[in-house]
Design a protein around this ligand. Structure first.
Ligand code: PLP
Length: 393
């Protein structure tokens, strides 16, 4: 059987063995409901609170500012809907053109509810113009939501500066930090963030658990209305084992995942320079200086991303493409389109996203396998034939 070479960690990560070990007793041994009055539930409740402390420590927050949710998408939805609900007279929401669908796909819905939306543009590097943000904010703006780092390109936005600017205008600031937590340092206080979303399965905890940080004093209505869990800020019996696993993952992130990113970045850089050196007409998408250490999005011009992925599959290599084919459309991703990446490059864009579990041998393997794949696909591409003739490649 082919060995799996997994470089799709921005999609999801392996659950760390230490996390699995920490979770297991909470399925069959300590299975009480943390809300129960008896000792059996109480001991579980204490472990949920330990996990809350560990998450808070990773983010520089206080434990009572942490709300457990089911995923990053819920955290994004809850922060936006929960804030808009508290400012019914304010009908303007500011975000960017490159957000994850968890925010981006809320925009048409909000428009249908008579909200005015400003989607800030990005330049060819995927960066924002802060002057555009400044002039977008008006008296009727309820909330600004800007992702911390982009899931497709890894481009990092200057969140501290944006947070300061938004705070000076007296407006609530939310950031989607799903790709950031555990990869680069986060300090919600110093970074001027009022609300922040994160997701367990991006940081070696399981799928089905997320976090919403809400700074003390920030007005916010619960999105899931039900029991008194999470101090009435999110109804529903807690996903105990996963919450405990997320706590452990946050502890690991503080102890070593974030430091491991130095090595991960070296592997990413080796992969990138190896591919750029061996493959003509390969271009990195996005700002190379302000990027997550684990991510590279490379456009292999004049070929189709899906075909590259299929051929990589044969070698057990998992990556992801820059087009939205999963949504049934052949359109290139909205992120690459917003950056003005030409069609012929956006279509052939592949995202490699690494984790602490990747090795140098895996990187060497990809550098060896990719060039013949691109050569083969280009030999079948009518676009490449035309382009190559013009470029005399
Ligand atoms: N936000 C960003 C930036 C993401 O990358 C993702 C997932 O890829 C999400 C939100 C959604 O997170 P979840 O899969 O936990 O709902």
């Amino acid at each position: 059987m082919t060995k799996t070479v997994y470089l799709d960690n921005n999609a999801t990560t392996q659950v760390a063995p230490e996390v699995v070990e920490e979770m297991l007793p909470y399925f069959h041994e300590f299975y009480g409901n943390p809300s129960s009055m008896h000792f059996f539930g109480g001991q579980v409740n204490r472990r949920v609170e330990d996990a809350r402390e560990k998450v808070a420590a990773l983010l520089g927050a206080k434990p009572d500012e942490i709300i457990f949710t089911s995923c990053g998408t819920e955290s994004d939805n809850a922060s936006i809907m929960g804030t808009l609900d508290r400012y019914p007279e304010k009908r303007h929401f500011v975000t960017t053109r490159v957000e994850h669908p968890a925010v981006w796909n809320l925009c048409p819905y909000l428009r249908s509810k008579d909200y005015r939306i400003t989607e800030l543009s990005v330049d060819r590097n995927g960066q924002l113009d802060l002057e555009e943000l400044k002039s977008a904010i008006g008296d009727d703006t309820a909330l600004v939501s800007v992702m911390w780092a982009n899931n497709e390109t890894g481009v990092i936005f200057p969140i501290r500066e944006i947070g300061e600017l938004v705070r000076d205008k007296g407006i609530v600031f939310h950031t989607d930090a799903v790709q950031v937590a555990g990869k680069i340092p986060v300090d919600v206080k110093a970074d001027n963030v009022d609300m922040l979303s994160m997701s367990g399965h991006k940081i070696h905890a399981p799928k089905g658990v997320g976090v919403l940080y809400v700074r003390k004093g920030t007005k916010f209505s619960p999105f899931l209305i039900g029991g008194h869990q999470e101090h009435g800020r999110r109804g529903g019996t807690e996903n105990v084992a996963s919450i405990i696993g997320l706590g452990k993952a946050c502890e690991l992130a503080r102890d070593h995942f974030t430091k491991d990113m130095v090595r991960v970045q070296q592997l990413r850089d080796k992969l990138e320079s190896g591919l750029l050196e061996k493959i003509p007409n390969a271009i990195v998408n996005g700002d190379r200086d302000n990027r997550l250490p684990n991510t590279t999005s490379i456009a292999f011009e004049y070929v189709e991303g899906e075909s590259i992925l299929l051929m990589l599959n044969e070698y057990g290599i998992c990556a992801s493409s820059g087009s939205a084919c999963t949504s049934g459309s052949l359109e290139p991703s909205h992120v690459l389109r917003a950056m003005g990446v030409p069609f012929t490059a956006a279509h052939g864009s592949i995202r490699f996203s690494l984790s602490t579990y990747n090795t140098e041998e895996e990187i060497d393997f990809i550098i060896q396998k990719m060039p013949p794949i691109i050569d083969r696909l280009r030999s079948m591409s009518p676009y490449w034939k035309k382009a190559a003739a013009a470029l005399e490649v």
